[in-house]
Design a protein around this ligand. Structure first.
Ligand SMILES: C[S@@+](CC[C@H](N)C(=O)[O-])C[C@H]1O[C@@H](n2cnc3c(N)ncnc32)[C@H](O)[C@@H]1O
Length: 286
């Protein structure tokens, strides 16, 4: 990349180079995210300074990022971070990129529970987005979170530090929860576990399939509710009376999720819709 590039010429270059990979609007958005990150500018500052020449070391970074974007690497992995519920999270090959429906789940938990200093367990930490946002927004909360991936736990610990909250993270295979000792008085248990059936792989976008960790996403077609069943069984014995269980779910499995939780003795089992009107969350009470 020659050293005469300005913000405007980079925007034009990206439009041309990425037109086979993304739709036009996405190219614009991805280019803004990258430039905001590398130049430490807001969108409006990018706009106001579009004739500014870009320094060589930044151009080298832009060149590397362009190569990755051409291979459909998600922009969040290219810059190594993303925004979730107004906080910044590091993301990498060990963590799922947090999704908007998960923000909605966290929002429901924050708004529906006014308990003083609740004790909360999150299962399937990933980037740590759920426990960290809860810790940031619920005063005095005592929060633990577990994940089978050591890489996810390390990233989540770094994110808790970045956002200056305390969460206790544990490396655990939750499908073997009987092998570990747990507190028995949680007020809230929450999970966004793996829930995409292996057979749904072919319907998924290449950039999800190629770059997001498969342990975070997929479950065996023969038992797609395995995590929900194991977590609900655990919650029956580890929630306080009146405690709440929250799940993010596969929109195709809403009815099964209600039946599963009612059959285990939970009450007030509720399906919740996301902003697009799809059944993407449940809440239940013990
Ligand atoms: C759908 S991701 C959710 C990540 C994060 N909570 C979020 O909402 O972005 C599911 C997480 O469960 C973890 N996981 C998969 N199998 C697990 C197991 N057996 N025990 C504990 N965690 C597991 C994955 O590593 C992944 O981080």
């Amino acid at each position: 990349m020659n050293s005469d590039h300005t913000i405007k010429s980079i925007q034009d270059l990206f439009k041309e180079e990425l037109k086979a990979v993304f739709p036009q609007r996405e190219i614009e958005s991805v280019t803004y995210i990258l430039l905001e990150h590398l130049l430490n500018y807001s969108k409006i500052e990018i706009h106001l300074n579009k004739n500014e020449k870009i320094e060589q070391n930044i151009l080298d970074e832009i060149c590397k990022a362009l190569g990755a974007l051409k291979k459909s690497v998600p922009i969040q992995y290219v810059i190594g971070e993303t925004e979730f519920y107004d906080l910044t999270f590091k993301v990498n090959e060990h963590t799922l990129i947090p999704r908007q429906e998960t923000e909605e789940l966290v929002h429901a938990i924050i708004n529906e529970n006014r308990i003083i200093s609740p004790k909360i367990l999150d299962i399937g930490t990933g980037s740590g987005c759920i426990p960290i946002v809860l810790a940031h927004n619920i005063t005095g909360a005592n929060i633990s979170s577990v994940d089978v991936s050591e890489g996810a736990i390390a990233t989540a610990k770094a994110n808790a530090q970045l956002n200056q909250v305390k969460v206790d993270f544990y490396h655990r295979d939750f499908l073997k929860w009987e092998e570990f000792s747990w507190d028995k008085d949680f007020d809230i248990i929450v999970s966004n576990p793996p829930y995409v059936k292996e057979s749904e792989k072919e319907l998924m976008a290449d950039n999800v399939l190629s770059y997001e960790p498969h342990t975070a996403l997929f479950v065996d077609d023969n038992d797609p509710l395995i995590f929900y069943r194991r977590i609900a069984e655990f919650a029956k014995n580890h929630l306080k009376k009146g405690g709440k269980l929250y799940f993010e779910i596969n929109e195709a499995l809403g009815q099964e999720m209600i039946e599963l939780q009612e059959s285990l003795g939970f009450s007030s089992v509720r399906l919740m819709k996301d902003l697009n009107g799809r059944d993407r969350m449940t809440s239940a009470e013990l």
